[in-house]
Design a protein around this ligand. Structure first.
Ligand SMILES: Cc1ncc(COP(=O)(O)O)c(C=O)c1O
Length: 457
Protein backbone atom coordinates (compact mmCIF):
# COMPACT_ATOMS: atom_id res chain seq x y z
CA UNK A 1 0.00 0.00 0.00
CA UNK A 2 1.39 3.39 -0.95
CA UNK A 3 1.34 5.94 1.85
CA UNK A 4 -0.47 9.04 0.46
CA UNK A 5 1.89 11.33 2.39
CA UNK A 6 4.84 9.94 0.42
CA UNK A 7 3.37 11.00 -2.91
CA UNK A 8 5.81 13.79 -3.53
CA UNK A 9 8.38 11.93 -5.56
CA UNK A 10 8.08 10.73 -9.09
CA UNK A 11 8.37 7.00 -8.61
CA UNK A 12 5.88 6.89 -5.70
CA UNK A 13 3.41 8.86 -7.82
CA UNK A 14 3.85 6.54 -10.78
CA UNK A 15 3.38 3.49 -8.60
CA UNK A 16 0.26 4.93 -6.97
CA UNK A 17 -1.11 5.97 -10.35
CA UNK A 18 -0.68 2.47 -11.69
CA UNK A 19 -2.55 1.00 -8.78
CA UNK A 20 -5.27 3.52 -8.00
CA UNK A 21 -6.21 5.04 -11.35
CA UNK A 22 -8.24 3.28 -14.02
CA UNK A 23 -7.63 5.24 -17.20
CA UNK A 24 -10.55 5.82 -19.56
CA UNK A 25 -10.57 3.44 -22.50
CA UNK A 26 -7.48 1.59 -21.22
CA UNK A 27 -6.51 -1.59 -19.45
CA UNK A 28 -6.00 -1.32 -15.69
CA UNK A 29 -2.21 -1.36 -15.80
CA UNK A 30 -1.93 0.71 -18.96
CA UNK A 31 -0.06 3.49 -17.20
CA UNK A 32 2.58 0.96 -16.18
CA UNK A 33 2.94 -0.84 -19.46
CA UNK A 34 2.18 1.63 -22.24
CA UNK A 35 4.80 4.27 -22.89
CA UNK A 36 2.09 6.47 -24.43
CA UNK A 37 0.47 7.10 -21.03
CA UNK A 38 2.18 9.67 -18.91
CA UNK A 39 1.79 11.96 -15.92
CA UNK A 40 1.48 15.51 -17.21
CA UNK A 41 2.35 18.25 -14.76
CA UNK A 42 2.13 21.58 -16.57
CA UNK A 43 1.31 23.25 -19.85
CA UNK A 44 1.74 26.53 -21.67
CA UNK A 45 0.06 27.30 -24.99
CA UNK A 46 0.46 24.21 -27.18
CA UNK A 47 3.25 22.70 -25.05
CA UNK A 48 2.77 20.26 -22.17
CA UNK A 49 5.41 18.83 -19.86
CA UNK A 50 5.46 15.43 -18.18
CA UNK A 51 6.72 14.52 -14.74
CA UNK A 52 10.08 13.47 -16.18
CA UNK A 53 10.61 16.92 -17.69
CA UNK A 54 9.89 15.89 -21.29
CA UNK A 55 8.10 18.48 -23.42
CA UNK A 56 5.53 17.68 -26.10
CA UNK A 57 3.47 19.53 -28.64
CA UNK A 58 -0.12 18.78 -27.64
CA UNK A 59 -1.33 18.19 -31.17
CA UNK A 60 -4.73 16.94 -30.02
CA UNK A 61 -5.40 19.77 -27.53
CA UNK A 62 -5.85 17.19 -24.79
CA UNK A 63 -8.83 15.32 -26.19
CA UNK A 64 -9.86 17.86 -28.86
CA UNK A 65 -10.71 20.58 -26.37
CA UNK A 66 -7.99 22.87 -25.00
CA UNK A 67 -8.85 25.45 -27.65
CA UNK A 68 -7.35 28.51 -25.94
CA UNK A 69 -4.22 26.60 -24.97
CA UNK A 70 -2.75 25.48 -21.66
CA UNK A 71 -1.83 27.58 -18.65
CA UNK A 72 -4.44 30.34 -18.92
CA UNK A 73 -4.29 31.87 -15.47
CA UNK A 74 -7.15 34.26 -16.22
CA UNK A 75 -9.61 31.37 -16.49
CA UNK A 76 -8.42 30.02 -13.15
CA UNK A 77 -8.83 33.48 -11.62
CA UNK A 78 -12.41 33.78 -12.92
CA UNK A 79 -13.23 30.34 -11.50
CA UNK A 80 -11.71 31.21 -8.12
CA UNK A 81 -13.68 34.46 -7.94
CA UNK A 82 -16.94 32.66 -8.69
CA UNK A 83 -16.20 29.80 -6.26
CA UNK A 84 -15.55 32.33 -3.52
CA UNK A 85 -18.80 34.17 -4.31
CA UNK A 86 -21.26 31.37 -5.08
CA UNK A 87 -20.12 28.01 -6.43
CA UNK A 88 -23.48 26.33 -6.81
CA UNK A 89 -27.21 26.88 -7.04
CA UNK A 90 -29.75 24.05 -7.39
CA UNK A 91 -30.21 23.33 -11.08
CA UNK A 92 -33.97 22.97 -10.56
CA UNK A 93 -34.67 25.88 -8.25
CA UNK A 94 -32.51 28.83 -9.23
CA UNK A 95 -30.05 29.94 -11.83
CA UNK A 96 -26.97 32.14 -11.44
CA UNK A 97 -25.52 35.28 -12.94
CA UNK A 98 -22.71 33.50 -14.88
CA UNK A 99 -25.19 30.91 -16.21
CA UNK A 100 -27.45 33.67 -17.57
CA UNK A 101 -24.51 35.60 -18.97
CA UNK A 102 -23.19 32.49 -20.67
CA UNK A 103 -26.56 31.45 -22.12
CA UNK A 104 -27.10 34.98 -23.46
CA UNK A 105 -23.67 35.06 -25.05
CA UNK A 106 -24.19 31.63 -26.59
CA UNK A 107 -27.52 32.76 -28.03
CA UNK A 108 -25.56 35.46 -29.88
CA UNK A 109 -22.76 33.29 -31.24
CA UNK A 110 -24.45 29.96 -32.01
CA UNK A 111 -25.96 29.52 -35.49
CA UNK A 112 -29.29 31.11 -36.46
CA UNK A 113 -31.97 31.31 -33.81
CA UNK A 114 -30.54 28.76 -31.38
CA UNK A 115 -31.45 30.89 -28.41
CA UNK A 116 -32.06 28.79 -25.30
CA UNK A 117 -29.38 26.88 -23.42
CA UNK A 118 -29.65 23.79 -21.23
CA UNK A 119 -26.38 23.20 -19.40
CA UNK A 120 -24.76 19.93 -18.33
CA UNK A 121 -21.26 18.68 -17.58
CA UNK A 122 -19.86 17.29 -20.83
CA UNK A 123 -20.43 16.05 -24.35
CA UNK A 124 -22.12 12.74 -23.57
CA UNK A 125 -24.59 14.45 -21.27
CA UNK A 126 -25.29 17.03 -23.95
CA UNK A 127 -26.17 14.24 -26.38
CA UNK A 128 -28.35 12.45 -23.81
CA UNK A 129 -30.09 15.77 -23.14
CA UNK A 130 -30.63 16.52 -26.84
CA UNK A 131 -32.19 13.10 -27.46
CA UNK A 132 -34.50 13.39 -24.45
CA UNK A 133 -35.51 16.92 -25.40
CA UNK A 134 -36.21 15.79 -29.00
CA UNK A 135 -38.40 12.88 -27.90
CA UNK A 136 -40.30 14.96 -25.39
CA UNK A 137 -40.76 17.72 -27.97
CA UNK A 138 -42.57 15.28 -30.26
CA UNK A 139 -44.63 13.92 -27.37
CA UNK A 140 -45.95 17.38 -26.53
CA UNK A 141 -46.65 18.00 -30.19
CA UNK A 142 -49.00 15.02 -30.21
CA UNK A 143 -46.54 12.60 -31.85
CA UNK A 144 -45.46 10.29 -29.01
CA UNK A 145 -44.44 7.56 -31.45
CA UNK A 146 -41.54 9.64 -32.71
CA UNK A 147 -38.86 7.86 -30.70
CA UNK A 148 -36.30 6.61 -33.22
CA UNK A 149 -32.95 8.29 -33.71
CA UNK A 150 -30.72 8.00 -36.77
CA UNK A 151 -26.95 8.26 -36.39
CA UNK A 152 -24.17 7.56 -38.87
CA UNK A 153 -21.59 4.78 -39.05
CA UNK A 154 -18.22 5.82 -37.64
CA UNK A 155 -19.57 8.81 -35.74
CA UNK A 156 -18.95 9.15 -32.00
CA UNK A 157 -21.39 10.90 -29.70
CA UNK A 158 -20.26 9.78 -26.26
CA UNK A 159 -19.89 7.03 -23.70
CA UNK A 160 -23.19 7.15 -21.82
CA UNK A 161 -26.01 4.86 -22.83
CA UNK A 162 -28.03 6.78 -25.40
CA UNK A 163 -24.92 8.55 -26.71
CA UNK A 164 -23.14 5.21 -27.10
CA UNK A 165 -26.22 3.74 -28.78
CA UNK A 166 -26.50 6.46 -31.43
CA UNK A 167 -22.74 6.39 -32.04
CA UNK A 168 -21.60 4.60 -35.15
CA UNK A 169 -18.73 3.07 -33.22
CA UNK A 170 -21.04 0.47 -31.69
CA UNK A 171 -19.18 -2.60 -32.98
CA UNK A 172 -16.40 -1.79 -30.48
CA UNK A 173 -18.75 -1.68 -27.49
CA UNK A 174 -21.23 -4.29 -28.71
CA UNK A 175 -19.67 -7.34 -26.98
CA UNK A 176 -19.97 -5.72 -23.58
CA UNK A 177 -22.86 -3.32 -23.74
CA UNK A 178 -25.52 -4.54 -26.13
CA UNK A 179 -28.47 -4.54 -26.22
CA UNK A 180 -28.32 -0.85 -26.97
CA UNK A 181 -31.09 1.70 -26.70
CA UNK A 182 -33.92 0.48 -28.95
CA UNK A 183 -34.99 2.42 -32.01
CA UNK A 184 -31.56 3.53 -33.22
CA UNK A 185 -30.57 3.23 -36.89
CA UNK A 186 -27.33 4.06 -38.65
CA UNK A 187 -26.72 5.54 -42.10
CA UNK A 188 -23.58 5.89 -44.21
CA UNK A 189 -21.17 8.75 -43.53
CA UNK A 190 -20.40 11.37 -46.23
CA UNK A 191 -16.88 9.98 -46.63
CA UNK A 192 -15.76 10.60 -50.21
CA UNK A 193 -12.41 8.84 -49.72
CA UNK A 194 -14.13 5.62 -48.66
CA UNK A 195 -17.63 5.96 -50.09
CA UNK A 196 -19.99 3.16 -48.99
CA UNK A 197 -21.62 3.37 -52.43
CA UNK A 198 -18.32 3.23 -54.40
CA UNK A 199 -19.56 6.44 -56.00
CA UNK A 200 -17.83 9.71 -56.82
CA UNK A 201 -18.94 13.22 -55.98
CA UNK A 202 -20.71 15.09 -57.59
CA UNK A 203 -22.10 12.40 -59.91
CA UNK A 204 -23.20 10.43 -56.81
CA UNK A 205 -25.86 13.11 -56.24
CA UNK A 206 -25.25 12.72 -52.47
CA UNK A 207 -26.39 9.12 -52.13
CA UNK A 208 -25.27 9.23 -48.48
CA UNK A 209 -27.81 11.95 -47.69
CA UNK A 210 -30.43 10.23 -49.86
CA UNK A 211 -30.00 7.06 -47.83
CA UNK A 212 -31.17 8.90 -44.70
CA UNK A 213 -34.27 9.98 -46.59
CA UNK A 214 -34.92 6.34 -47.52
CA UNK A 215 -34.40 5.10 -43.97
CA UNK A 216 -36.87 7.66 -42.62
CA UNK A 217 -39.45 6.73 -45.26
CA UNK A 218 -39.00 3.00 -44.70
CA UNK A 219 -39.26 3.33 -40.92
CA UNK A 220 -42.30 5.63 -41.25
CA UNK A 221 -41.50 9.31 -40.56
CA UNK A 222 -44.04 9.37 -37.74
CA UNK A 223 -41.76 7.09 -35.71
CA UNK A 224 -38.54 9.07 -36.20
CA UNK A 225 -37.58 11.74 -33.65
CA UNK A 226 -34.21 12.96 -34.82
CA UNK A 227 -31.09 12.62 -36.91
CA UNK A 228 -27.85 13.25 -35.01
CA UNK A 229 -24.63 14.09 -36.83
CA UNK A 230 -21.39 16.00 -36.34
CA UNK A 231 -20.94 18.66 -39.07
CA UNK A 232 -17.40 17.25 -39.44
CA UNK A 233 -16.94 13.80 -37.93
CA UNK A 234 -13.64 13.52 -36.09
CA UNK A 235 -14.07 9.91 -34.99
CA UNK A 236 -14.74 8.77 -38.52
CA UNK A 237 -11.42 10.22 -39.65
CA UNK A 238 -12.02 13.96 -40.10
CA UNK A 239 -14.75 13.51 -42.66
CA UNK A 240 -15.50 16.80 -44.42
CA UNK A 241 -18.86 16.38 -46.16
CA UNK A 242 -19.11 17.33 -49.83
CA UNK A 243 -20.87 20.53 -50.94
CA UNK A 244 -24.61 20.32 -50.65
CA UNK A 245 -24.66 17.51 -48.08
CA UNK A 246 -25.84 19.65 -45.21
CA UNK A 247 -28.39 21.55 -47.27
CA UNK A 248 -29.84 18.24 -48.45
CA UNK A 249 -29.90 16.69 -44.99
CA UNK A 250 -31.58 19.77 -43.54
CA UNK A 251 -34.25 19.57 -46.28
CA UNK A 252 -34.79 15.85 -45.67
CA UNK A 253 -35.32 16.40 -41.93
CA UNK A 254 -37.70 19.31 -42.57
CA UNK A 255 -39.68 17.32 -45.13
CA UNK A 256 -40.32 14.56 -42.59
CA UNK A 257 -40.74 16.66 -39.43
CA UNK A 258 -37.59 15.04 -38.02
CA UNK A 259 -35.37 17.14 -35.75
CA UNK A 260 -31.74 17.64 -36.72
CA UNK A 261 -29.27 17.49 -33.84
CA UNK A 262 -25.93 19.02 -34.85
CA UNK A 263 -23.22 17.63 -32.58
CA UNK A 264 -20.66 20.43 -32.29
CA UNK A 265 -18.93 18.94 -29.25
CA UNK A 266 -15.58 18.81 -31.07
CA UNK A 267 -16.37 21.15 -33.96
CA UNK A 268 -17.55 24.12 -31.91
CA UNK A 269 -15.74 27.16 -30.55
CA UNK A 270 -13.38 27.89 -33.42
CA UNK A 271 -12.00 24.42 -34.10
CA UNK A 272 -12.87 24.50 -37.83
CA UNK A 273 -11.92 28.13 -38.47
CA UNK A 274 -15.42 29.48 -37.80
CA UNK A 275 -17.08 29.73 -34.41
CA UNK A 276 -19.19 26.65 -35.24
CA UNK A 277 -18.69 24.21 -38.10
CA UNK A 278 -22.37 24.70 -38.98
CA UNK A 279 -21.42 28.24 -40.08
CA UNK A 280 -19.49 26.83 -43.07
CA UNK A 281 -22.77 25.62 -44.58
CA UNK A 282 -25.33 28.08 -43.12
CA UNK A 283 -26.60 25.10 -41.21
CA UNK A 284 -28.93 25.58 -38.27
CA UNK A 285 -29.74 22.42 -36.35
CA UNK A 286 -32.92 22.31 -34.29
CA UNK A 287 -30.77 21.36 -31.32
CA UNK A 288 -27.00 21.88 -31.09
CA UNK A 289 -24.82 19.94 -28.67
CA UNK A 290 -21.62 21.46 -27.28
CA UNK A 291 -18.93 20.84 -24.65
CA UNK A 292 -15.10 20.62 -24.95
CA UNK A 293 -14.07 24.03 -26.40
CA UNK A 294 -16.88 25.72 -24.45
CA UNK A 295 -14.49 25.93 -21.50
CA UNK A 296 -11.36 24.61 -23.29
CA UNK A 297 -11.36 21.90 -20.63
CA UNK A 298 -10.77 24.26 -17.71
CA UNK A 299 -14.07 23.09 -16.22
CA UNK A 300 -16.39 20.21 -17.10
CA UNK A 301 -19.28 21.87 -18.89
CA UNK A 302 -21.49 21.02 -21.84
CA UNK A 303 -24.87 22.06 -23.07
CA UNK A 304 -27.48 22.10 -25.78
CA UNK A 305 -28.86 25.09 -27.63
CA UNK A 306 -32.49 24.91 -28.71
CA UNK A 307 -34.44 26.89 -31.28
CA UNK A 308 -37.69 28.64 -30.30
CA UNK A 309 -40.00 25.97 -31.77
CA UNK A 310 -38.39 23.44 -29.43
CA UNK A 311 -38.98 25.66 -26.43
CA UNK A 312 -42.63 26.17 -27.37
CA UNK A 313 -43.24 22.49 -26.60
CA UNK A 314 -42.18 23.07 -23.00
CA UNK A 315 -44.78 25.69 -22.06
CA UNK A 316 -47.39 25.51 -19.31
CA UNK A 317 -47.35 22.19 -17.47
CA UNK A 318 -44.94 20.56 -19.93
CA UNK A 319 -41.96 20.20 -17.64
CA UNK A 320 -38.68 18.94 -19.00
CA UNK A 321 -38.42 15.35 -17.79
CA UNK A 322 -34.66 15.52 -17.32
CA UNK A 323 -32.43 17.02 -14.68
CA UNK A 324 -28.73 16.92 -13.81
CA UNK A 325 -27.42 18.18 -10.47
CA UNK A 326 -24.38 19.91 -11.91
CA UNK A 327 -26.10 21.52 -14.90
CA UNK A 328 -25.26 25.23 -15.11
CA UNK A 329 -22.62 24.98 -12.40
CA UNK A 330 -21.66 28.57 -11.62
CA UNK A 331 -17.89 27.98 -11.53
CA UNK A 332 -17.99 26.07 -14.83
CA UNK A 333 -20.03 28.89 -16.42
CA UNK A 334 -17.48 31.43 -15.16
CA UNK A 335 -14.72 29.36 -16.75
CA UNK A 336 -16.64 29.24 -20.06
CA UNK A 337 -17.16 33.02 -20.02
CA UNK A 338 -13.44 33.66 -19.40
CA UNK A 339 -12.64 31.13 -22.14
CA UNK A 340 -14.89 32.97 -24.62
CA UNK A 341 -13.21 36.27 -23.67
CA UNK A 342 -9.86 34.79 -24.73
CA UNK A 343 -11.24 33.10 -27.84
CA UNK A 344 -12.79 36.35 -29.07
CA UNK A 345 -10.30 38.82 -27.58
CA UNK A 346 -7.26 37.12 -29.14
CA UNK A 347 -8.91 36.39 -32.49
CA UNK A 348 -8.34 32.66 -32.07
CA UNK A 349 -11.10 31.66 -34.47
CA UNK A 350 -9.33 33.58 -37.26
CA UNK A 351 -6.03 32.09 -36.16
CA UNK A 352 -7.60 28.65 -36.43
CA UNK A 353 -8.57 29.39 -40.05
CA UNK A 354 -5.12 30.76 -40.93
CA UNK A 355 -3.02 28.18 -39.11
CA UNK A 356 -5.37 25.44 -40.28
CA UNK A 357 -4.77 26.45 -43.91
CA UNK A 358 -1.00 26.38 -43.27
CA UNK A 359 -1.23 22.98 -41.59
CA UNK A 360 -3.31 21.52 -44.42
CA UNK A 361 -0.90 22.87 -47.05
CA UNK A 362 2.02 21.27 -45.21
CA UNK A 363 0.17 17.99 -44.85
CA UNK A 364 -0.63 17.97 -48.57
CA UNK A 365 3.12 17.85 -49.21
CA UNK A 366 3.28 14.62 -47.21
CA UNK A 367 1.34 12.93 -50.02
CA UNK A 368 4.75 12.21 -51.53
CA UNK A 369 5.02 9.44 -48.91
CA UNK A 370 3.70 6.19 -50.38
CA UNK A 371 1.78 5.42 -47.17
CA UNK A 372 -0.10 8.73 -47.09
CA UNK A 373 -3.41 7.85 -48.71
CA UNK A 374 -5.39 10.98 -48.00
CA UNK A 375 -5.16 14.31 -46.23
CA UNK A 376 -8.25 16.19 -45.01
CA UNK A 377 -8.96 19.18 -42.85
CA UNK A 378 -10.84 22.41 -42.20
CA UNK A 379 -9.42 24.94 -39.78
CA UNK A 380 -7.43 23.23 -37.05
CA UNK A 381 -9.03 19.83 -37.39
CA UNK A 382 -6.98 17.77 -39.81
CA UNK A 383 -6.30 14.12 -40.51
CA UNK A 384 -3.73 12.12 -42.41
CA UNK A 385 -4.92 8.69 -43.52
CA UNK A 386 -2.14 6.09 -43.57
CA UNK A 387 -2.59 3.18 -45.99
CA UNK A 388 -0.68 0.08 -46.96
CA UNK A 389 -1.52 0.53 -50.62
CA UNK A 390 -2.36 3.93 -52.07
CA UNK A 391 -4.06 2.46 -55.15
CA UNK A 392 -6.38 0.02 -53.39
CA UNK A 393 -6.59 2.06 -50.13
CA UNK A 394 -5.89 -1.14 -48.21
CA UNK A 395 -5.32 -0.36 -44.54
CA UNK A 396 -2.61 -1.52 -42.17
CA UNK A 397 -3.82 -3.64 -39.28
CA UNK A 398 -4.71 -1.32 -36.38
CA UNK A 399 -2.78 -3.62 -34.04
CA UNK A 400 0.12 -4.22 -36.45
CA UNK A 401 3.78 -3.25 -36.10
CA UNK A 402 3.66 -0.52 -38.75
CA UNK A 403 1.12 1.69 -36.98
CA UNK A 404 2.65 0.96 -33.58
CA UNK A 405 6.04 2.08 -34.91
CA UNK A 406 4.49 5.21 -36.36
CA UNK A 407 2.83 6.08 -33.04
CA UNK A 408 6.13 5.53 -31.21
CA UNK A 409 8.03 7.62 -33.76
CA UNK A 410 5.64 10.54 -33.29
CA UNK A 411 5.77 10.27 -29.53
CA UNK A 412 9.56 10.02 -29.44
CA UNK A 413 9.80 13.15 -31.57
CA UNK A 414 7.66 15.03 -29.05
CA UNK A 415 4.22 14.99 -30.66
CA UNK A 416 1.18 13.97 -28.64
CA UNK A 417 -1.69 12.90 -30.85
CA UNK A 418 -3.89 9.96 -31.69
CA UNK A 419 -2.01 7.97 -34.28
CA UNK A 420 -3.71 4.97 -35.82
CA UNK A 421 -4.63 4.57 -39.46
CA UNK A 422 -5.78 8.17 -39.16
CA UNK A 423 -3.34 10.60 -37.57
CA UNK A 424 -5.60 13.21 -36.01
CA UNK A 425 -4.34 16.76 -35.62
CA UNK A 426 -6.29 19.27 -33.61
CA UNK A 427 -3.87 21.49 -31.67
CA UNK A 428 -4.83 24.47 -29.49
CA UNK A 429 -6.09 27.38 -31.60
CA UNK A 430 -3.37 29.69 -30.26
CA UNK A 431 -0.74 27.74 -32.24
CA UNK A 432 1.94 29.76 -34.09
CA UNK A 433 3.22 29.29 -37.64
CA UNK A 434 6.52 27.90 -36.30
CA UNK A 435 4.69 25.33 -34.21
CA UNK A 436 2.58 24.28 -37.21
CA UNK A 437 5.76 23.82 -39.26
CA UNK A 438 7.30 21.80 -36.45
CA UNK A 439 4.27 19.43 -36.47
CA UNK A 440 4.68 18.91 -40.22
CA UNK A 441 8.43 18.21 -39.86
CA UNK A 442 7.76 15.69 -37.10
CA UNK A 443 5.15 13.90 -39.19
CA UNK A 444 7.43 13.86 -42.22
CA UNK A 445 10.25 12.28 -40.21
CA UNK A 446 8.06 9.83 -38.29
CA UNK A 447 6.27 8.56 -41.40
CA UNK A 448 9.54 8.34 -43.35
CA UNK A 449 11.26 6.33 -40.62
CA UNK A 450 8.31 3.93 -40.43
CA UNK A 451 8.41 3.47 -44.20
CA UNK A 452 12.16 2.83 -44.12
CA UNK A 453 11.88 0.32 -41.30
CA UNK A 454 9.33 -1.76 -43.20
CA UNK A 455 10.78 -1.22 -46.67
CA UNK A 456 7.78 0.75 -47.85
CA UNK A 457 9.58 3.38 -49.95
C1 LIG B 1 -18.77 14.59 -31.39
C2 LIG B 1 -18.74 14.17 -29.95
N1 LIG B 1 -19.89 14.18 -29.24
C3 LIG B 1 -19.92 13.82 -27.94
C4 LIG B 1 -18.77 13.41 -27.29
C5 LIG B 1 -18.81 13.01 -25.85
O1 LIG B 1 -18.20 13.98 -25.07
P1 LIG B 1 -17.65 13.65 -23.60
O2 LIG B 1 -16.49 12.75 -23.75
O3 LIG B 1 -17.32 15.02 -23.05
O4 LIG B 1 -18.75 13.04 -22.82
C6 LIG B 1 -17.56 13.40 -27.98
C7 LIG B 1 -16.31 13.01 -27.31
O5 LIG B 1 -15.24 12.97 -27.88
C8 LIG B 1 -17.54 13.77 -29.35
O6 LIG B 1 -16.43 13.73 -30.08
Amino acid sequence: MVDPSSLSNESALKEAGNKHILMHGSAYQALATDSGKKILVEGNGVIVKDIDGNEYIDALAGLWLVNVGHGRQEIGDAMARQAGTLAYASSTQATTIPAIQLATRLAEITPGDQTTAFFCSGGSESVESAIKIARQYHYHNGQPKRQKVIGRRGSYHGGTYAAMSVSGTRPVSDPYHSPFMPGVLHASPPNCYRCDFRATFPSCDLLCAGQIDQIIEYENPETVAAVIAEPISASNGIVIPPDGYWKRLREICDKHGVLLITDEVINGFGRTGKMFASNHWDLVGDILTMAKGLSSGYAPIGGVMCRPHIMEAFQGDNKLSHLLTYGGHAVACAAALANLDILEGEGLVDNSAKMGARLLKGLEELRSHPTVGDVRGLGLICGVEIVKDGATKEKFSESGEELKTLADNLHDRGLLTRAASIISLSPPLCISADEVDRIIDILDGAIGDMEDKFGLR
